[in-house]
Every structure is written in structure tokens, then in C-alpha cells.
Write a protein that binds this ligand. Sequence first.
Ligand SMILES: [Zn+2]
Length: 136
Amino acid sequence: MPGPAPNRARLPQQSSVAERVKVLVDGALPVENPKAALRNFYGGSQIPSPNGGFFIPLGVRAREDGSANLFLECSALSLRYWLLIPKATRTERKKVKDVLATGEDPVCPRHEPSERLVRVGRDLVCQLCCVAYGKV
Ligand SMILES: [Zn+2]
């Protein structure tokens, strides 16, 4: 006869985005103000660098968990930086799913002006942020 349920060992907390962005990736430094930088990136405007000048996008690499790394180079110091692009939220996935249901082509929920999602395997991916927002 089973006794009272034992206290479950607490699972280790998922490391927060803030913690993860403090590490070097491929020798690149984390961007200091990722929120503001992401806002500029999604809006298609230049991201100012703390060293003066701007960040020049070098490329985006998708990560296994659905997020992506954006690599940047500072135009003033030729230092490399990286920025975590968070994976799609439930709301974003729902938005894309709803558009798919109407038979229209879904666009990236983050990018302005709108960027059409493309098929990569079964995923619907934004080519600019490399994040998968839905499945086909
Ligand atoms: Zn995008």
C-alpha cells in the first residue's frame, strides 16, 4: 500500500535567458542590452554598439531548442557579439496557426515590415530570425 507521496525533488530551474546570455559563444561577447537590440533587429533598424558605431549582422544560427543565435560585429572595434533570439512563444505559434487555417501565407510575428515564413522540412521558419513558428 503506497504511503503519502514523497516530496518530489525539485527539478533544476531552467536557466533564464538573462543567465544564458552572459556566456561567450564561439568567442563572441554577449550583447549588453539584448531587449533593445532585439527590438531594433525585428524592426529592421541598426543596432547601436556600446563602443560607438553599429552592430553589423554576420548571420543567424538556429539552436536545437528552437531559439537562435544572432552573430554581430561592432563596426567600431571589429569585436564579435552574439544575441539570443528567443524561441517562438505559444501566442506566436497560435497566431501563425490561425493564419494558416485561413489559407493565407503566415508572416513572422516579430519582423516589421512583415517577412513571409518559409518551409524548412516540416517547420515554418522566418529566414531573418531563424525561429520556427509553426508546422505544416
Ligand atoms: Zn523573423
